[in-house]
Design a protein around this ligand. Structure first.
Ligand code: PLP
Length: 390
């Protein structure tokens, strides 16, 4: 058997290079440059309990291991864990807690995260959640003896609020509270929360990480904390919400172009945000890259780019907004984000309908529109918006 060649990436290697090579090693048997899809549910034992380190597909899979290694390198972490969806990865974080434990969470989060917290983890696992605005309220005021986790999303979905990761990590460390940051919108290309002292990074790999709108996946990445690694690994295997080898392969394939995709998302995002800001039918534009964004200074400090997510308030009624969306030819009206194609949606009616119906938190405005800017030609995208806004 040929020896596996080690790719020795330097620490602080450029993220574009990590995206192409991170975790990938030529196949042991054939030298295949791309990681094979190990489609197997079980592995042979030469004698009972004696195997090559692989026992059962839920517990170990070589394609998944390579994906996890790549994700860990991208986030400058020590270990990553791949899951079947972003939400199952989030559920694994919450499984670290005990009934009665208290969580402080950002008051603007992906609607599915609110639903997971309020409808599942509060009701079935006995967790207690306080939602606060990290930018205007003091976290310390909300910390009790039972506070075990601080849940951050930055930029948030859908209001694109940005919060100071280092500041929160410092308060959390002082109080021995675990921190998790959903880095789905930013991606490790634009922001690496572990470098600011956050304990766990969460991704819906469904989005920018995979980038082609053809997989549902999730991940957790942690730093050099062996006890936390052990607990997450145990939950990943015990609950079993692992991705298929084929999905791992697709995400690995997507990751290779993360660098150039994100560069284009960042460029197109900024140009479209500026275009919308100058348009008479738009009341306001929320984009962390605009100096008018409430936390632009924080974003400029901790992000390397502002991404392709833009939210804006349309001056018209819901009927007018629906008509505008219908007239678009390149933007597709659809949930999700982070793919190469441009998407548009109404958070109040689609991704965040739960938030408004549950009345558990501040409602999402009806005239808020969220777009995920793709990597198409920028002139075509602006022309599409311009024509539909007429
Ligand atoms: N986090 C964010 C910011 C999201 O936007 C989403 C989905 O839209 C999720 C998590 C959940 O991910 P998934 O749909 O892969 O379960």
């Amino acid at each position: 058997m040929a020896k596996r060649k080690k790719l020795n990436l330097k620490k602080n290697q450029n993220i574009d290079t990590i995206a192409v090579h991170g975790g990938i090693k030529p196949d042991k048997l054939t030298g295949a440059v791309m990681t094979p899809i190990y489609a197997t549910s079980t592995y042979a034992n030469s004698s009972p309990g004696v195997n090559l380190g692989y026992e059962y597909g839920r517990s170990q899979n070589p394609t998944r291991e390579v994906l996890e290694d790549a994700l860990s390198k991208l986030e400058n972490g020590s270990k990553a864990y791949a899951f079947a969806s972003g939400l199952s990865a989030q559920s694994a974080v919450l499984d670290l807690l005990k009934p009665g434990d208290h969580i402080i969470a950002f008051n603007d989060l992906y609607g599915g995260t609110f639903r997971l917290l309020n409808e599942v983890k509060v009701k079935s696992s006995g967790l207690v959640v306080s939602y606060i605005d990290f930018n205007t309220e003091s976290i310390s005021k909300h910390i009790t003896k039972k506070t075990k986790l601080i849940w951050i999303e930055t930029p948030t979905n859908p209001l694109l609020k940005v919060t100071d990761l280092k500041k929160i990590a410092n308060v959390a460390k002082k109080n021995k509270i675990l921190t998790v940051c959903d880095n789905t919108f930013a991606t490790p290309h634009n922001q690496r929360p572990l470098e600011f002292g956050i304990d766990i990074v969460n991704h819906s790999t469904t989005k920018y990480i995979n980038g082609h709108s053809d997989v549902i996946g999730g991940a957790l990445i942690v730093g050099n904390n062996k006890s936390l690694q052990k607990k997450i690994s145990f939950i990943q295997n015990s609950v079993g919400a692992v991705p298929s080898p084929f999905d791992c392969f697709l995400i690995l394939r997507g990751i290779k172009t993360l660098g150039i995709r994100m560069k284009r998302h960042n460029e197109n995002g900024l140009k479209i945000a500026r275009f919308l800001k100058s348009h008479g039918k738009i009341k306001s534009v929320i984009y962390p890259g605009l100096p008018s964004h409430a936390q632009h200074k924080i974003a400029a400090k901790q992000m390397n780019g502002y991404g392709g997510m833009i939210s804006f308030i349309h001056k018209g009624s819901l009927v007018e907004i629906k008509s505008f969306m219908k007239k678009l030819k390149i933007f597709t009206t659809a949930e999700s984000l982070g793919g190469v194609e441009s998407l548009i949606e109404s958070p109040a009616l689609m991704t965040h309908a739960y938030v408004n119906s549950s009345k558990v938190n501040i409602p999402v405005p009806e005239n808020l529109v969220r777009i995920s800017v793709g990597i198409e030609n920028i002139d075509d995208l602006i022309e599409d918006l311009q024509t539909a806004l007429k």
